[in-house]
Design a binder for this molecule. Structure first.
Ligand SMILES: Cc1ncc(COP(=O)(O)O)c(C=O)c1O
Length: 376
């Protein structure tokens, strides 16, 4: 059997990693400013993480959701404390797309309505409901195309109002910061306006914090910069530092009934332990504060570079939009300077490093970036 060839692959195979570094099978060391697509939150192979997971694996790795698992309760309590959503409840699943599927389903159950609003350029995942709410027809199969999703432009409150007032919608789905689109933020006043409309017309406000959550933006959730509280918040990526886990954080307004949602693997012992280790390290090492400081430092190091059209983002979710002519820069950073970065389209470099990155590592990146753009 061979692999179903859906990913364009770099000719690099990481075999070891620590902190903000990756080592490939040739022994070459790379700086990781990509975090495996915003997944590595507390750094690769963090000792606390490895220790807690090893210890748990030697006790019990998995049992089904038909029995008690106090790790789930501990996770819900600690996530509530750190995120500021103490009065909400948690449903555990396995990925970002699955978290969004469950959020949409909950909103639909709750309101009895089938339609949702999503934003232009949004990315919410690849499963049927999530991809239907993703503004990219090239990844939607005919099966996924539905009249149940209406796309509206971000930061256009009048466009949102024109739809919400129709009274047809169960929910509006908004990324804390749009990631795949190239790092675009919803404005605080826009979110406040949407929240008021949602309250008035009984529409569920769902924040997709799969990429922008878990401290990445310099707050626990990016939407918290606006002061607006979501009715449902979805999380994944940084939640398990690489161990697959997702979550749906649900307002007390929603009533749970047995069988309403479910999963085989979600909330298993190892996944919960990974998520508990992440929260412990985020708290003990003040990683949310570090994300805010280091994000500002990255921006200050790159400011004034002639190749840059615009730098966007918050904390360690930074989009560097390049002027025309610098399309090869991302590959040059990787192959000439041994620095992994993310991308969005042809001309945005997306920086999503582990939240414990330091100034020295950023300095190495900034020097490489400046050197390559000067000799472009
Ligand atoms: C904002 C957002 N939502 C959802 C997803 C889907 O997450 P997953 O790949 O874990 O299903 C992603 C993945 O990139 C994302 O960026």
């Amino acid at each position: 059997m061979t692999l179903f060839d859906v990913y364009p692959l770099w000719p690099i195979e990481p075999v070891k990693a620590y902190g903000c570094r990756i080592i490939d099978k040739e022994g070459i060391e790379y700086i990781d400013l990509y975090g495996g697509h915003a997944v590595i939150s507390i750094g690769h192979c963090h000792p606390t993480y490895c220790e807690m997971l090893t210890e748990q694996l030697n006790k019990i790795g998995f049992y089904s959701n038909a029995v008690q698992n106090s790790l789930q309760n501990e996770l819900a309590q600690k996530l509530g404390e750190l995120s500021g959503y103490e009065d909400y409840s948690l449903f555990l699943c396995n990925s970002g797309a699955e978290a969004n599927e469950n959020a949409i389903k909950l909103a639909s159950f709750h309101t009895g309505k089938a339609k949702i609003l999503a934003l232009r350029k949004a990315f919410h995942g690849r499963t049927s409901g999530a991809v239907a709410a993703t503004d990219n027809p090239t990844i939607q199969a005919p099966f996924n195309r539905t009249d149940n999703v209406t796309f509206i432009p971000m930061n256009d409150l009048a466009a949102a109002e024109a739809e919400i007032t129709k009274g047809e919608y169960a929910a509006i789905l908004i990324e804390g910061i749009q990631g795949v689109a190239g790092i675009f933020e919803p404005e605080a006043n826009y979110l406040k306006g949407i929240k008021d409309l949602c309250n008035k017309y009984k529409v569920v406000m769902i924040f997709d914090e799969v990429q922008s959550g878990y401290g990445r933006s310099g707050r626990f959730f990016a939407h918290q910069y606006s002061g607006v509280r979501g009715d449902i918040i979805t999380v994944a990526k940084g939640m398990g530092n690489g161990f697959p886990i997702g979550g749906v954080i649900i307002s007390p307004l929603f009533k749970a009934t047995h069988g309403m949602l479910g999963t085989t693997f979600g909330g298993n012992h190892l996944a919960c332990t990974a998520a508990l280790a992440v929260l412990k390290v985020i708290r003990d090492e003040s990683l949310i504060e570090n994300a805010a400081t280091m994000g500002n430092y990255i921006i200050s190091c790159l400011k004034g570079n002639k190749a840059i059209k615009e730098i966007r983002g918050k904390g360690l979710m930074v989009g560097v939009e390049l002027k025309e002519g610098y399309e090869t820069l991302r590959n040059r950073l990787l192959f000439e300077k041994k620095i992994f970065t993310g991308g969005a389209g042809k001309n945005v470099i997306r920086l999503l490093p582990p939240l414990n990155i330091d100034k020295q590592t950023i300095g190495i990146f900034a020097e490489a970036f400046n050197q390559l753009t000067e000799t472009n």
